[in-house]
Design a binder for this molecule. Structure first.
Ligand code: ADP
Length: 244
């Protein structure tokens, strides 16, 4: 699905040049679940921005579903972003004035989908993340974990080919983190391709593969033999008297 070849990203800031990514090569197959780790400044966000078609590489190529993204103009990139990609962020990025249902509908609203269809698809997405009962709540009436589930519903409303998550559990307590990872694992089982950035080794071990970045390069890539099962971890946590 994704072939990244000899990718380079250089930021020019006045007199200095920062090489954020240097000769990065990655192939992601359909249905894979990959975690990206690395210290701060190692290039993870830069990679996610390029994968998400929010930024251009300085050199190298990025093929998404066989299409070379270099050959596309802004309008085509926006269409690809809207149609094939779903984004989940650490800070949820929900609009506070809109209720849950409306927040989830947003990508369809921007795509010009009519109201009736937006409502049906948003309800289906909320069903998938277990939050249909909160459809008319506003973000400030939801817990952190619930906000992230709304953000995931928004990200999956278009049935994206690829789900990109940047530190999705970074603002969450343990129980909510397990819930969110359990949801990603469920989406993965249903066929979603997921790339997730995290600082936490335990979170990374929910994926099938961990790619470690250092100084803008891939240091190594390891297969996770037995990924952690978030649903079981959550059950254990609750049994031990953990708070939700
Ligand atoms: P990470 O997500 O792993 O913390 P980043 O991709 O944010 O790393 O950053 C990689 C390097 O690129 C860092 O040295 C950072 O300072 C630099 N960098 C990131 N974005 C910009 C930018 N817009 N302008 C200049 N330098 C940047």
């Amino acid at each position: 699905m994704i072939i990244i070849k000899d990718l380079v990203k250089t930021y020019n800031t006045g007199t200095t040049k920062v090489e954020a990514l240097k000769d990065v090569n990655i192939t992601v197959n359909d249905g894979e679940f990959i975690a990206v780790m690395g210290p701060s400044g190692s290039g993870k966000s830069t990679l996610m921005n390029i994968l998400g078609l929010l930024d251009y590489p300085t050199a190298g190529s990025y093929l998404l579903d066989g299409v070379d993204t270099r050959s596309m103009d802004e309008r085509q990139l926006a269409a690809l972003r809207n149609g094939k990609l779903g984004f989940v962020f650490q800070s949820f990025n929900l609009l506070p004035r809109l209720n849950t249902q409306r927040n989830v509908e947003l990508p369809l609203f921007y795509a010009g989908v009519d109201r009736k269809k937006r409502q049906t698809l948003a309800a289906a997405a909320l069903e998938r993340v277990g939050l249909i009962s909160r459809a008319s709540h506003h973000p400030n009436e939801l817990s952190g974990g619930q906000k992230q589930r709304v953000a995931i519903a928004r990200a999956i409303i278009n049935n994206p080919r690829l789900l990109l998550a940047d530190e999705p559990t970074g603002n969450l307590d343990s129980a909510s983190s397990y819930e969110i990872m359990s949801l990603f694992q469920e989406l993965h089982r249903q066929g979603s391709t997921i790339i997730l950035v995290t600082h936490e080794p335990e979170i990374a071990r929910h994926a099938q593969q961990i790619v470690h970045f250092r100084d803008g390069r891939i240091r190594n890539s390891e297969k996770v033999d037995q990924p952690l099962n978030a649903r079981h971890l959550l059950e254990d946590w609750l049994q031990q008297g953990g708070m939700v």
